[in-house]
Every structure is written in C-alpha cells, then in structure tokens.
Design a protein around this ligand. Structure first.
Ligand code: ADP
Ligand code: ZN
Length: 682
C-alpha cells in the first residue's frame, strides 16, 4: 500500500488500493455501509454529507481518503478537547497527523505548521475559528500547499436548527469559494431533515450527495424499569457487571454527587461530573474515567459531548431525559466499539410531571408546546409495550420490523394484562381510606387482612377484602406500577401515603383500559453474543493498561476492547494470525504484537489450548482441548449463513475476519449441516 505524499499527480486509487489501506493501516477487513460509498465518492473529489449514528464509523470516511489523496487534509472539529486524542490515535496507527488549536503556544503552532509544509503530514485537526482567524492568513498559507480534502465533523453545528449551533461554523461556507477544487465532506450524527438541508445550503456544497446509514445500534440492548427504589435497582443491575465501565445520567448536579457516593459506599468505583464543578476537578474526573482508572461516571448531560471512550458498556438513566433525541444520543455513548452494551432507564411518572413544570415555565409558548410534545413522546417510549428499537427508529423516520430480540419487550421480560378492574379496586380503596394511608396498609385492607392494625371502621367498608385473590407482593408491585404510570402518587416522608392523581380520578370515571405489566423474567438472554475466554481477556486487558499508562493514553486507544475479545476468542499464536484480528493494522502489530502474543502463547500452553501453528491461511480457529462440536460463536455465524448472508457479510456484521467465519462454517460442514459447495464463493 502506498500512502500518497504531496504534489503527486492525481490518479484515483482503485478499490484494491483502498481495501489494502483499510486493512494494513486500520486493521479492518471490510467497510461498514455506507463507508465504502462515501470513501469512493470523496476519492472522486466530490462533495458529500454523511449522516451516521455515533459509533457508526464516521472518522474512517475521511481518515482513509486523506491517506490516499495527495496533499494534506484538514479536519474541522469543534471539540478541541478531543483533538489531541484523535491525533494520538492516528499516530498509533502510523499516520502522520497534527492538530492546531488554542492549547498550543505560538511557537508550537509554528513548529506544527512547518511540519505540515514539509509535506509529510496527512491530516490536520483544527477548530473552525482557527482556520478562519487573522483575516484568512491560514487559508492563504494552505492555498500554497495542496489541500486534499476538508472534513467537517459535527457539521450540524452550522445550523440554528441543530442542538449545538456554533456561529463560527457559518464562515465555513467560504471554503468552497476559496478552494473550489477541494472536496468537502460534512459529517454528523444528527439526522433531522431541517438540519440536514441547512448544512448543505450553508456549506455551499457543490452537487453534494447525501449518505445516510441506519440509526439502529444493534449492539445496544434497551431496558426500562419502573422507578421505584431505583438505587436498589441500580445495584441489582451493576451486580452482573463488576468490571464494566458505564455512565449513570442524573438530572441534577446534586443527584450525580449523591449517586456516586451511594455507589462508592456499596463498593463501586464511581465519580461524579457536572458543569458546576471546578474546571480542574471536572477534567480530572473525566480523565480518570477515560483512562479506565474509574469505572462509573455519574453525570449530568454536560458529560459526553467531548468524550470518545469506546468501551462504555452501559448507560443508565436514573431520571427521564427531556426527549427522545437526547435519550438516543446519551444511550449511543454505549458500545461504540460494537460489543454488546446495555441502556437502562428508570421510568416514573413523577419525572414527567417534574419536567413538564420546567417546560411550562418557558415564556415562548410555541417552543414550550414543541418541548411538551417531545416529552410526551419520551414518556410513550417508556410505557410502550411495542419493540423499543422499532419505536426509536420509527421516531427517526426509519422503518424497523420489530421483534429485535434485544429490548425488554422483545425479550419477554414484560407481559401485560388488562388491569382495569384491578386499578379501579385500588383507586377506590385509596379513596375510601381518605387518601391517608401508605402502601402496606392499603394492601392489607384490599386483601381483607384480619390484622389488628386494620381499623374496625375500615373493616366495615365495601372495598375491604375485594383483593383477597391477589398476593400482597403482587399488589405492591401493581401499586408501584400505578404510581409509575401516574394513576397514584405518594406524598410525605418518611411514611409516604397514597393519593389518587387527576389521571387516576379520570380513569375511574372514564372508560379507559389500563394495562399493567406482569413482571416475569423468562428469557435471560446471554449477555455476550461473543464467545471468548474471560481469563485471557483479563490478562490482555492488564497488559493493555500497562502499555496505556506508559504512553499516557487511554487504554481503549491502544487497542479496542473488541480487539482483546477477538484475541481471547481466536487465540492468535503468531504475527500472521494477528492479522486476522479486526482492528489490528501493521503499526499496532509491529509495536505491540509480540507483547500480546507472549501472553496468549503462555496462556494457551498452560491451559492446554491446542492450536494448529502452521495453519495460517485459512486461519483455523483453535479450540479448547475439551470442547467438542461447534462453539457458540460458530453457531452465530451458522445462523447468519442460514439467513443467506455471505461469508463477507457475516464477517462484516460480526466484525470478524472472513477466514474466521469460514472456519466457523467449516465446523458445520464437518457435522453435515452445511454442504461443502455452499462455502465456495460464487
Ligand atoms: P463515530 O465517529 O461515527 O462515532 P468512530 O469513527 O469513532 O464512530 O467509529 C466507531 C468505532 O467503529 C471505532 O471503534 C472504529 O474503530 C470502528 N470502526 C469504524 N469503521 C470500522 C470498520 N469498517 N470495521 C470495523 N470497525 C470499524
Ligand atoms: Zn425489541
């Protein structure tokens, strides 16, 4: 693979060259859709807008062309805090990259610039104000060089319609006048149509193509739980994830501090983050999280915009987000590396009321109506019995067939029944008791308890004992749901009493049917769809941490979790086999390969894991000595094969090497499930 240098005559790279670069520099075996289309479009020097969700792989769309196009490519980004990381990450891949921003002194900037003028730098990150400062001084200097591409990251910042308008982005409209022959690629994760049209217009793009990828995040599981004793709920959730890293979003600053403290008291490694903290402390907390020195960050929504940590395994919302856009964006910070991740939200109707009050204070009626509407949709999402993934994607105008098998509704963790009569019984009991008693008393009353604590005059009421056929535990669960769904509320501390809400009174008067959820955990889906050796993974992770500390870089930047998982799954024993691991390119193999190979080899030898050392192409998946028959991971590939996917497609979907997938399928040929002819690529 040759990397283009300055001042070469323009010859379009062919597909082979593009794939070679993808493989050797980035270590990826195939493109994700629509990366390939974007890359080839840009390589033809045409303008484009790319809309892909967080974690979709936007960076590759400009980083790869930048290596193949002669000259230097400029990446405009508003996130100054991320630039150094991005450049460090590229350098680890062996790419010559620089950044120019206000964190550098004047002399450092001059040094960077002379390196750029030397002609070896392929990518330069800068903020828009830097590019356009000093009445175009920098622009003029760039004009004397060859600029191969302008990539405009977070392009929605140019639009007032977007959620993050930055006026300095508006000036980027000049770029096409100044550099008419240089392609401009705008990238964003914001999909709404208004913003999209605005970006194209304001950037003044020349016959641009728009590429939109699916907003589905298949590796994120969506779960909603009732917000009742949610601190305990949080502990239950974390119990299954002792070593995982995640974000817990809270509405208030105080909430972040309290939650972090609660988690620390319970033995978890947690810190808080919000905009009211002193700058130093805030940066320190963020840094420790990014570097895996602390696992859980309890934060307000101020946290996240500037972070790019790929191995966030879960995002929990303790409080309700204001709208689905925010929810999608915040949950999207989980699983950027493509590994299975979870989004969990604790939903209580009380939060809807609280947020409504905020919105109603807004003087701008039109704006507040829109916000109220969005809030209602957010509440609908939480209360729906429909596939949550389908609901989310439909909200963003994308079709989805439902039955995703990875949300609580599809996993059958929720099952509803008509609870209209039951609800009427509870509401009338609460009313008869003059809205003066707590859950325990109301339940005893409903069940006709003979307990002495039930007052004699209450025993004479008609509702006394109407719920004797339901157990006390079940009643409590249903009452909690009725609170969550807003039919009842609780007031007073420390002994909260039950009240009927306006919604509750309407319900008894009207014809409305009430559905409640029978909570039954039937299918507990296996958390990880990837079968890998956890003990080896831990050893590799330790090694990665040591390397990261010595380089003062976040561990995920040295190698993604997905790389460690794959190594712990296919046990590469030599450098050739390392090439099979997705996400390992030549620079990283040269630099870190031997360290990891030493660990894997020792581990395989001591644990009697046999591999066939000479098996290089096609690489054989080593099997643990004891195991017989196809493994879980092979089964997954087999199922996709049954669905008609080609080896390449399975490999791309599962982020595995095609040779690995081939090996998986060979296991099924051996046992007669697949005919050998079926594996011959047509
Ligand atoms: P975005 O900027 O869209 O949020 P990134 O560019 O950070 O996403 O990419 C998300 C993750 O996907 C990164 O871990 C990246 O290494 C990985 N990735 C990108 N393209 C591919 C690909 N073609 N094959 C495998 N992994 C990829
Ligand atoms: Zn679903």
């Amino acid at each position: 693979m040759k990397i283009a240098t300055s001042r070469q005559p323009v010859v379009l790279p062919d597909d082979k060259e593009v794939l070679a670069c993808l493989n050797s520099v980035f270590g990826f075996k195939s493109f994700r859709s629509p990366q390939d289309q974007i890359v080839s479009h840009v390589l033809q020097k045409k303008d484009a807008l790319a809309i892909m969700p967080t974690g979709g792989g936007k960076s590759l769309c400009y980083q790869l062309p930048a290596l193949l196009i002669p000259g230097v490519s400029i990446v405009i980004s508003p996130l100054i805090a991320l630039m150094k990381d991005q450049v460090d990450g590229l350098r680890l891949l062996g790419v010559e990259a620089e950044f120019l921003n206000s964190t550098l002194s004047a002399s450092e900037q001059a040094a960077v610039f002379s390196r750029i003028e030397n002609g070896t730098t392929k990518l330069v990150y800068m903020a828009p104000e830097r590019l356009l400062a000093d009445s175009g001084y920098l622009i003029n200097r760039l004009k004397s060089l060859q600029v191969g591409l302008f990539a405009i990251d977070e392009a929605h910042c140019i639009s007032q319609w977007g959620h993050d308008f930055r006026p300095e982005y508006l000036q980027l409209g000049r770029l096409k006048d100044e550099f008419p022959d240089t392609p401009v690629l705008a990238l964003t994760a914001t999909a709404d149509k208004l913003t999209r049209a605005d970006i194209l217009e304001k950037l003044n793009l020349n016959h641009p193509a728009t590429f939109i990828s699916s907003f589905n995040r298949p590796n994120i599981e969506y779960h909603i739980r009732e917000k009742y004793d949610h601190y305990q709920g949080l502990l239950d959730f974390l119990k299954d994830r002792p070593d995982e890293s995640g974000i817990v979003y809270c509405l208030s600053r105080k909430g972040t501090e309290e939650t972090a403290e609660f988690l620390r008291e319970n033995g978890y490694d947690a810190l808080h983050y919000h905009a009211g903290m002193p700058r130093d402390e805030r940066d320190d907390h963020q840094n420790r999280f990014i570097k895996d020195q602390v696992k859980i960050m309890c934060a307000t929504i101020a946290f996240g915009m500037g972070i790019d940590k790929s191995n966030v395994r879960f995002v929990v919302h303790i409080d309700l987000p204001k709208n689905i856009e925010n929810y999608y964006q915040e949950t999207g910070r989980a699983g950027r590396d493509g590994l299975p991740s979870t989004a969990l939200l604790f939903f209580g109707y009380g939060d809807v009321i609280k947020l409504k009050r905020f919105v109603e204070n807004d003087k701008d009626i039109e704006h507040s109506d829109i916000m109220l509407n969005k809030l209602d949709r957010m509440a609908d999402f939480c209360q729906t019995r429909q596939c949550r993934r389908q609901f989310l994607l439909n909200y963003f105008d994308e079709a989805h067939a439902g039955n995703c098998d990875s949300c609580d509704n599809c996993l059958g963790q929720t099952d509803t029944f008509d609870a209209t009569i039951l609800t009427q019984k509870v509401i009338s009991a609460v009313a008869r008791l003059d809205q003066n008693f707590g859950i325990g008393y109301v339940v005893d009353f409903l069940r006709g308890s003979q307990s002495q604590r039930i007052r004699e005059n209450h025993k004479a009421l008609k509702t006394y004992g109407v719920g004797a056929d339901t157990s006390a535990d079940e009643w409590k669960k249903y009452i909690r749901q009725l609170i969550v769904d807003g039919f009842l509320s609780q007031e007073g501390q420390p002994y909260p009493i039950l009240k009927v809400t306006a919604k509750g009174w309407d319900m008894v008067k009207g014809e409305e049917k009430v559905l409640l959820t029978k909570v039954k955990v039937v299918k507990k889906k296996e958390k990880s769809t990837v079968d890998y050796d956890k003990a080896l993974f831990e050893l590799l992770r330790k090694e990665r941490l040591t390397i990261a500390q010595s380089l003062d870089l976040p561990p995920f930047m040295v190698l993604h979790d997905s790389v460690l998982v794959e190594m712990s799954s296919i046990f590469p024993r030599n450098e050739d086999q390392l090439w099979n691991v997705s996400g390992l390119g030549s620079a990283k193999i040269q630099r870190f390969g031997n360290q990891f190979l030493a660990i894997i080899n020792t581990y395989c030898d001591t644990h009697n894991i046999s591999t066939e050392p000479q098996a290089i192409t096609p690489k054989k998946r080593p099997k643990k000595a004891k195991k017989s028959g196809p493994s879980k991971t092979s089964e997954t590939s087999f199922l996709l094969h049954q669905e008609g996917l080609s080896i390449e497609e399975i490999a791309s979907k599962r982020k595995l090497a095609p040779t690995t997938v081939n090996q998986h399928l060979c296991e099924f040929v051996k046992i007669g499930e697949i005919l050998p002819e079926a594996l011959v690529e047509k």
